[in-house]
Every structure is written in structure tokens, then in C-alpha cells.
Design a protein around this ligand. Structure first.
Ligand SMILES: Cc1cc2nc3c(=O)[nH]c(=O)nc-3n(C[C@H](O)[C@H](O)[C@H](O)COP(=O)(O)O)c2cc1C
Ligand code: SF4
Length: 454
């Protein structure tokens, strides 16, 4: 069985090892500092030895489709060309970088972010079908704000073509592969999920038809960006949805979807257990009490959620979710294992992986072919330097991230994606001072933590 330090072939691109940074929002936007922000957030992982860096979700259209503040749009070829500085920086350290493509659909920001809605009153949301009853009810009571527009068949083809075009620009800018945001309740999951998809054309009505959109996206990427560009997607199983949701992707359906996508030509798969809603199921852990109480974000929360009272309600829902979605080590393991038994393309595992020994167990049991982490990279941008190596010391390594989720909610207020727990940052500082992040090839550049806020 492979070790973490062994290389891995993903669609013809060789990763130097099997440790990757899972896609996490960098909140870099498209402004004049966007490329510098991305380099600052992502280069340290490359420099510290990561095999692959998955950039956080970016939006394939010029307008609409953003799920959160600060997402970068990749519909303008001139802007995407500027990202070559980022891909060069990553390649200089021997790492690979994939760009994740997304469209929020019914999850788009104007449905939940009051300030954004006020600034963009004309925005409608691309919808796979009429919104599900539960979401219409939330719209009626004013908790969400929908103005949906159901895509006709031709518009579905147009949307897939936009994914293809963004992929083409990305590959021209030096990205090594494309990652599809298939499991964050955005439009790709909305096509896959019977909770959302009630279509009666070629994109709905049967299990096969619901996966058709993702297959079409793959075809568009291949025809526009090149036959040999690796394409990876997250594949949801909606096992974390509340019990009242009856139509959803079961674990067995998720496995079947993975088999179908592997046959269709996807080069790697990331099976993840999620909800049908954009809730805390993808970031299992604690209630971020500190972040909700932080005075620096109060005005941003009120702008996002409409008022202080509504902010309190959202915080309460967040607390309920934190009880429902307890942290569980390597929580996707059962799903990735079932997929790995059935497909011949690499299976990537992420979600709650926190120690080197856990990683070794996942790989040696054949549960997956590569292992990723998300929040631990916010806490330690140079984490690979501590995890990789394979000696007795690295085998004992555990990340410093405490799954407290203080990094998550401030992003609703437009704050950056960084670790915000002082005790964790102190621990990182102590590790840095002890030389834990030093690698032979490190360039002596200022540590990112020197520039962080807590
Ligand atoms: C703040 C934040 C932003 C995220 N952004 C993305 C994203 O853009 N695309 C995506 O597919 N997953 C995203 N994720 C999910 C991560 O990729 C990962 O699956 C999740 O955090 C679980 O891994 P972890 O327990 O190691 O953090 C995000 C997670 C967090 C905490
Ligand atoms: S705030 Fe820091 S310690 Fe808490 S989950 Fe985020 S990265 Fe981990």
C-alpha cells in the first residue's frame, strides 16, 4: 500500500506526494491585490511540500453565482491570465495547483446576504427546478430571499460551456487541473440531488439524467481546455441532511454516482458526506462562540443577516447544527472506502483528518489514494513540513487546528479566511520558533503568521 510520500498520478499529472490542501475560500476577490492575496495564502503550502493545492471555489460567470463574500470570478480571460504568477509560484516549489470551479445557483449570496441583496436587487438565481418546498417556506417567512429562474435545456448547455471556458483560461494560466465544486450545495449538487432536481428533460427524472450535467461539464472542459487536462470533482452523499428531507442522495447513490463519473472520464473523485443545505455538515466541529461574539464582526454580521436580531437567530441555528454535526475523525472514511473498492481512478479523502497516524491508516487500508485537509491549513499554512517525512517524529504529528470553527462565520461578514483562535496561533508560533516548519528548500520569506490577525 502506498505511503503519503509516494507520488500519485492524477489524469497524467504526477503529484510528488499524496498530501493535498483541500479547497478553502481564500476570499481574494478580483481586485488589484487578488493575485498577491492568493500567492500569500497558497504559496506557503507549496513551499512546505504539499503535493497538490486545491484553490477554493471560484465563480464561472461575470454576474451572480457567488456563494460567499470575496469569491474570485474566473469568467474574464484577462483576469485569469494574471493568475499565472500564482501557478508559477506554486510550480517553483514542485507542487501542483488545481482551480475549483463553481456556480452557487440557489445557494447564491443574494438569497441570504441582506447587504449584498440590497446592492444587487436585480439578481435572479439560476435554478435547476422550482426551489424545494423547505426553501420556499424560508423565503415566505423572510429568512431567505429568492428570485429564481429555472434554466431551460439550452441554458443548461450554456452554463456547462461557461465551466469549460473558465477551465480553458485556467489551463492557459498554468493550472495543472480543474476541480469541480460538486458538493457544497451549489448548482452542481443541485443537479445531482433529487431534493433540488425535478426536471423532466435530459438533465432530470432519473439517476442517470441527474448526473448528466456533471458529465456535460466534463465534456465542455475537455473540448475547450484540452483532452489531457485532469478533472476532479467532489461527489456528495447527502447523508447529513435532516430526517425530514426524504428525497436526497443516499450513500449507495453517492457510490453509484462515483462509478458513473469514473466511467465518464473524471480523473479523481472526492466523496464527501454532506447535507442538502449549506450548513455545518461540511465543517463538523464546535460552535464558534468566540467568532459570534467578536465585536470586530458585529457590523458585518448585521449587514449580512439584516439586523442584530436576525444575526442572533442565525447564530442559534449555527449552535443547533454544531450539536447535530459533531466532529468525527475522518468522517468520510466509510464513503471513500466504498468508492475506492469500485473505481480505478484515485479517490481523495478529506474531512476531519487530523493526525499523521490517521493518514497512514487511511492509505494503508486502501480507504483512499490521497489525503487532504482544510481548516488545518488555515491554522498552519506550512503544515506539510510537519506532516511529511515519514520518520518517527512525523508519525506522531497532530495538527494544531481545534475544529472550533472561529474561522468560518467571520467570512459571512467579509473577513479573510484565516485561523482566528489565539491559543492555536500561539501554538503555531511556538512550533515556528522551534523550526518545525523549516524545510531545506524554504526561502526565508516572512512567515504568513507574522501577518495574521487573530
Ligand atoms: C471556511 C471554509 C471554506 C471552504 N471552502 C470550500 C470551497 O471553496 N470549496 C469546497 O469544495 N470546499 C470548501 N470547504 C470544505 C473543505 O474543502 C473541507 O472539505 C472541509 O473543511 C472538511 O475538511 P477539514 O475537516 O480538514 O476542514 C471549505 C471549508 C471551510 C472551513
Ligand atoms: S479558527 Fe483555527 S483552530 Fe479553529 S477551526 Fe479554524 S483554523 Fe482550526
Amino acid at each position: 500500500m502506498p505511503a503519503l510520500e509516494d507520488p500519485l498520478d492524477v489524469g497524467g499529472v504526477e503529484l510528488r506526494n499524496r498530501l493535498y490542501r483541500a479547497p478553502l475560500l481564500e476570499c481574494a476577490g478580483n481586485g488589484s491585490d487578488a493575485v498577491d492575496t492568493l500567492i500569500r495564502e497558497l504559496e506557503p503550502a507549496a513551499e512546505a511540500g504539499a503535493g497538490l493545492i486545491c484553490q477554493g471555489a471560484t465563480v464561472v460567470r461575470e454576474e451572480g453565482g457567488c456563494a460567499a463574500p470575496g469569491m474570485t470570478r474566473v469568467s474574464d480571460p484577462a483576469f485569469v491570465a494574471r493568475l499565472e504568477r500564482l501557478t508559477d509560484a506554486v510550480h517553483d516549489h514542485g507542487s501542483r495547483i488545481f482551480l475549483q470551479l463553481e456556480h452557487g445557483g440557489l445557494r447564491s449570496m443574494e438569497t441570504w446576504h441582506a447587504g449584498y441583496r440590497a446592492e444587487h436587487p436585480h439578481l435572479t438565481q439560476l435554478a435547476v427546478s422550482r426551489p424545494p418546498r423547505a426553501l420556499r417556506a424560508l423565503d415566505r417567512v423572510g429568512f431567505l430571499d429568492y428570485d429564481p429562474r429555472v434554466l431551460d435545456t439550452e441554458e443548461v448547455y450554456d452554463l456547462a460551456a461557461d465551466f469549460g471556458r473558465s477551465a480553458e483560461y485556467a489551463v492557459a494560466a498554468g493550472y495543472d487541473g480543474i476541480h469541480i465544486a460538486g458538493a457544497n450545495a451549489g448548482i452542481v449538487q443541485q443537479f445531482l440531488s433529487p431534493f433540488y432536481n425535478r426536471r423532466d428533460d435530459e438533465f432530470g427524472g432519473s439517476f442517470a439524467a441527474r448526473t448528466r450535467f456533471l458529465e456535460l461539464v466534463l465534456e465542455e472542459i475537455r473540448s475547450r481546455a484540452g483532452r489531457d487536462v485532469p478533472v476532479v470533482t467532489k461527489v456528495p452523499a447527502e447523508t447529513a441532511a435532516p430526517p425530514f428531507v426524504r428525497r436526497r442522495i443516499s450513500l449507495a447513490d453517492g457510490v453509484r454516482t462515483c462509478e458513473r463519473l469514473a466511467e465518464a472520464g473524471f480523473d479523481a473523485l472526492v466523496p464527501v458526506q454532506v447535507s442538502v443545505f449549506w450548513d455545518a455538515s461540511i465543517v463538523r466541529g464546535e460552535f464558534p462562540d468566540r467568532a459570534w461574539r467578536d465585536d470586530r464582526f458585529r457590523a458585518g454580521y448585521a449587514d449580512a443577516f439584516g439586523s442584530r436580531a436576525r444575526t442572533g437567530l442565525v447564530a442559534l441555528l449555527n449552535w443547533i447544527q454544531s450539536k447535530a454535526y459533531d466532529f468525527e475523525p475522518a468522517w468520510n472514511r466509510q464513503y471513500t472506502r466504498r468508492v475506492a473498492e469500485r473505481v480505478s481512478v484515485p479517490v481523495l479523502a478529506e474531512g476531519g483528518v487530523r493526525t499523521r497516524s490517521q493518514i497512514d491508516r487511511l492509505l494503508s487500508a486502501g480507504d483512499c489514494d490521497a489525503v487532504g485537509m482544510g481548516r488545518p491549513f488555515y491554522a498552519e499554512p506550512r503544515l506539510p513540513a510537519r506532516i511529511l517525512g515519514g520518520g518517527a517524529e512525523t508519525r506522531e504529528t497532530a495538527v494544531v487546528c481545534e475544529n472550533c470553527n472561529n474561522c468560518t462565520v467571520p467570512q459571512a461578514a467579509g473577513a479573510r479566511g484565516v485561523c482566528r483562535t489565539p491559543s492555536v496561533l500561539e501554538e503555531r508560533g511556538a512550533l515556528r520558533d522551534a523550526g518545525a516548519y523549516d524545510r531545506a528548500e524554504a526561502s526565508g520569506r516572512a512567515e504568513p503568521e507574522d501577518r495574521e490577525e487573530s
